[in-house]
Design a protein around this ligand. Structure first.
Ligand SMILES: *Cc1c(COP(=O)(O)O)cnc(C)c1O
Length: 393
């Protein structure tokens, strides 16, 4: 097929040419005197992205899922209890992992399309007078439903309940695209990966741990080895790794961090809000369809899950977009399979790329019989982009 495949899934995202070029390197000795500078540049360069001065970024040759496992096994003891709200496939998988690793999981069942239920977190923490809950787990951006939760408010809820649990946040599809504040929000472990806002291929688990989390790791008895924070922190202090790191990924990360710094992290967030706003204009004003996210307070600036009208199969929209227009849209996962398709709008993205995603989704929907007005989504998104600006105020 001529032309390029347009990638609008919410991860992996488009990798900028600058990053691709930076990754084309010969292999080198990861114990050489020179190598430590690369490791340190990556670790130090991540601190402003996590908005931390006291936390410690850690990079595993893995993906975001491994960082969930690392958070649990490094900070908890066998049988410890965790509290998590489940409102989408990713929060579901994290809860499932905690149970499979032998932790006791208290699940706050929440409707898919809603965000972290602050009152119910508060009630569960208040009820836990014996402080058996050792960690509160939260998914900042639920990628399956396109829902962003207020992590700062969750921290306030934990403080109001005077609960000492650790706070673990899944920011896999939020970091470097939606505001995240490790220090201000008192996050103990932030879990992320390379292939979303950081604009890299998949292959790096990107996480950041607080001093409190590192303290907990010193006494935690859960078995772990490859993902041990202590081993990583000791080797990372001079920019080295306990085992062979993925060298091209580190060169790519260093370049991606430079790109983010050049734009300015606040401008990166503002651009995501602006491009996300354009997609929402297409969905709500143009096509007159609904988002899976139930209220504006939860609308995600990195991914929109679009509900197709009753009687239509969203999977057919995705298949049509791919086979006819060479465009990749995100599938509906698990509970919302067939009911939603997703447009990812995170990472290396701009106005015309967003318009292309809207145009392709619009054509594919019309092709499979969904009654949207031709041109309506593109017109609404285009209008939004013209009258708004992407810069941070
Ligand atoms: C993508 C994603 C994950 C899984 O990360 P991997 O890098 O695929 O292991 C976890 N949580 C959320 C919210 C995600 O978007």
């Amino acid at each position: 097929m001529a032309g390029r495949n347009f990638l609008f899934v919410p991860g992996p995202t488009n990798v900028p040419d600058r990053v691709l070029r930076a990754m084309v390197v010969s292999q080198e000795d990861h114990r050489s005197p020179k190598f430590g500078a690369l490791g340190l540049a990556c670790i130090e360069g991540l601190k402003p992205v996590f908005k931390t001065t006291t936390g410690t970024p850690i990079l595993f040759p893995a993906s975001g899922t491994a960082c969930w496992e690392a958070a649990l096994t490094n900070c908890l003891n066998p049988g410890d209890k965790v509290l998590i709200a489940r409102f989408g496939q990713f929060s579901h998988l994290w809860a499932d992992m905690a149970a499979r690793l032998g932790y006791e999981v208290e699940i706050i069942e929440t409707e898919w399309g809603e965000g972290a239920p602050l009152e119910r977190y508060h009630a569960a923490l208040e009820a836990d007078t014996g402080h058996r809950i050792k960690a509160v787990l939260a998914t900042q951006n639920e990628t399956a439903t396109g829902v962003t939760s207020d992590i700062g408010a969750l921290r306030k809820v934990m403080d109001a309940a005077r609960h000492p649990a650790l706070l673990f946040v899944d920011a896999v599809s939020a970091l470097a695209s939606i505001d995240f504040r490790m220090d201000e929000w008192g996050v103990d472990v932030c879990v992320s990966g390379s292939q979303k806002g950081l604009m890299l291929p998949a292959g790096l688990g990107v996480t950041c741990v607080s001093q409190k989390a590192l303290e907990a790791a010193k006494t935690s008895k859960s078995p772990r080895c490859y993902f041990d924070y202590g081993d990583m922190v000791r080797a990372n202090a001079t920019g080295y790794f306990p085992y062979t790191p993925s060298i091209p990924m580190l060169y790519g990360l260093r370049e991606a961090l430079a790109i983010l710094a050049e734009e300015g992290i606040e401008n990166v967030f503002a651009r995501h809000a602006y491009l996300g706003g354009a997609v929402r204009a297409a969905v709500l004003d143009g096509w007159k369809l609904k988002l899976c996210a139930k209220q504006p307070q939860w609308y995600s600036d990195t991914v929109s899950a679009i509900v197709v009208p009753e009687g239509f199969d969203a999977a057919k929209v995705i298949a049509r977009a791919y086979s006819r227009y060479n465009v990749s849209l995100g599938a509906g996962l698990s509970k919302v399979a067939g009911k939603v398709f997703r447009i990812g709008h995170l990472g290396d993205n701009n106005e015309v790329m967003v318009l292309a995603s809207v145009a392709a989704a619009e054509m594919a929907m019309i092709d499979v019989g969904i009654p949207v007005t031709p041109g309506s989504g593109v017109a609404a998104a285009g209008h939004f982009l013209r009258v708004n600006t992407p810069e941070a105020r």
